[in-house]
Design a protein around this ligand. Structure first.
Ligand SMILES: O=C(O)CCC(=O)C(=O)O
Ligand SMILES: [Fe+2]
Length: 332
C-alpha cells in the first residue's frame, strides 16, 4: 500500500480515503463546543494545588494538558524534527521498515483500514510504532537515518517516562493511595510509541485522521506540536484540544478513559508523538480495595491486562463493546 508520506503534495482525496457520510467529521464545527476548553495544569505550582487540578480534570474530562513539566523544549523539538525528517525520506529508504507485523519493535505503516459494509476505507495517516525500552538493546532496530533519530528518541523516551511516573504519583496521592501504587506491574509493560503523520489533506471534510477510540494503557502522554486536529469527547460533544506551546496532553484509564479522534486539515502537516505506558500482560486489573465501598461497589470484574488487550483488539477499540465484557451487571 502506498504511504501517504511518499507523495509530496496531495491534490485530490483518493476514493478509498473518503469516509461514509455518517463517519465524516462534518460535526467538526457543529458539534464542537467552543465554550469548553481542556484544563491546562501548571506542574510548577504548589504540589497540593497540582494534585487537586489533576484529579478534577481527570474526573471531569479524563484529558488534560500539562505545562512547566520539566521536559526540556530541546528534547521534544529534536525528536519531533527527526521524526518529521524520517517521514520525508525517499520511499526506498523507508521501505525496509514498512510492516504490519505488530510484534516488530519498530515499524512504519499507513492508515488503518476500516471496513464498513464490505467496503474498506483508509484513514489519512502514516505512523511509526515503536518500543522504547530497553533502549540500548532496541536502538539497532530504530532507523539510522536521519542521523539524529536514535539519540533524540532515546532522550525523549526517558524524559516522557519520568514525566509519566511523576503524574502517576500525583494521581495516586490525589486518590489517597500510596504514591508508588501505580509504578509496579501496571507500568512494567514499558513505553510504546506511536508517531503519527497526517499530511495536508485537500478536503478535510471527507476524511478522518484517526478513528474515535480510547487508549488502552494506564497513561498516555501526547505531544501534538502546534497544529490542531486532536478532539476529545466531552458530554457527547467533540471539543478541540487547542495546541498549547510545549505542552503534553495526558489521558488515562484511571479516572476516565476518554474517546478521542484526529481530524485532518488542508494547511499544514501535523505530527503527534503518542507515548503509552503499558501494564505487564499478566498484571491483575481490579478496583483497588481502598476505593471500593458499599456505596461505590466494583463496577468491573477483575481481569488480566492480556484479556483486556485481546478484547480491545477484537472490538477495534470500540469503548462500549470492550467495557461490556468486563462490566458487572447489577441484579436489579
Ligand atoms: O494525533 C493525535 O493527536 C491523536 C493520536 C492518538 O490518539 C493515538 O495515537 O492514540
Ligand atoms: Fe489515542
Amino acid at each position: 500500500m502506498e504511504l501517504l508520506s511518499n507523495i509530496p503534495v496531495h491534490h485530490a482525496v483518493p476514493h478509498e480515503f473518503i469516509m461514509p457520510p455518517e463517519k465524516r467529521p462534518e460535526n467538526y464545527y457543529e458539534l464542537t463546543d467552543p465554550t469548553v476548553t481542556l484544563p491546562v495544569v501548571n506542574l510548577a505550582a504548589g504540589r497540593q494545588h497540582v494534585i487537586d487540578e489533576i484529579i478534577k480534570a481527570g474526573k471531569e474530562f479524563g484529558f488534560f494538558q500539562v505545562v512547566n513539566h520539566g521536559v526540556s523544549d530541546d528534547v521534544v523539538t529534536r525528536f519531533r524534527r527527526a521524526a518529521a525528517e524520517f517521514f520525508a525520506l525517499p520511499a526506498e529508504e523507508k521501505l525496509p521498515y514498512y510492516s504490519d507485523d505488530l510484534s516488530k519493535p519498530f515499524r512504519l505503516d499507513t492508515s488503518t483500514t476500516y471496513v464498513d459494509d464490505h467496503c474498506s476505507r483508509r484513514y489519512w495517516r502514516d505512523y511509526l510504532q515503536l518500543q522504547c525500552f530497553p533502549s540500548d538493546r532496541l536502538l539497532q532496530d530504530w532507523p539510522a537515518k536521519p542521523d539524529a533519530f536514535r539519540g533524540s528518541l532515546a532522550a525523549y523516551a526517558v524524559a516522557v517516562q519520568q514525566l509519566g511516573a511523576r503524574v502517576l504519583r500525583l494521581i495516586a496521592e490525589g486518590l489517597g493511595l500510596d504514591q508508588s501504587i501505580f509504578l509496579g506491574e501496571l507500568i512494567g509493560g514499558g513505553t510504546l510509541m506511536n508517531v503519527n503523520w497526517y499530511p495536508p489533506c485537500p478536503n478535510p471534510s471527507l476524511t478522518m485522521g484517526l478513528v474515535p477510540h480510547c487508549d488502552r494503557p494506564l497513561l498516555t502522554v501526547l505531544s501534538q506540536g502546534d497544529v490542531s486536529g486532536l478532539q476529545a469527547k466531552h458530554r457527547d460533544r467533540w471539543i478541540n484540544v487547542h495546541p498549547v506551546p510545549n505542552a503534553f496532553i495526558m489521558t488515562n484509564g484511571l479516572l476516565h478513559s476518554v474517546e478521542h479522534r484526529a481530524v485532518t486539515n488542508s494547511r499544514a502537516a501535523r505530527l503527534s508523538v503518542v507515548s503509552v505506558i503499558m501494564p505487564e500482560m499478566d498484571s491483575h486489573i481490579e478496583p483497588l480495595p481502598a476505593l471500593v465501598t458499599e456505596e461505590e461497589p466494583p463496577r468491573f470484574r477483575p481481569f488480566l491486562f492480556r484479556e483486556f488487550n485481546e478484547a480491545y483488539t477484537a472490538a477495534s477499540a470500540n469503548r462500549e463493546v470492550v467495557l461490556h465484557r468486563f462490566r458487572i451487571h447489577s441484579a436489579h
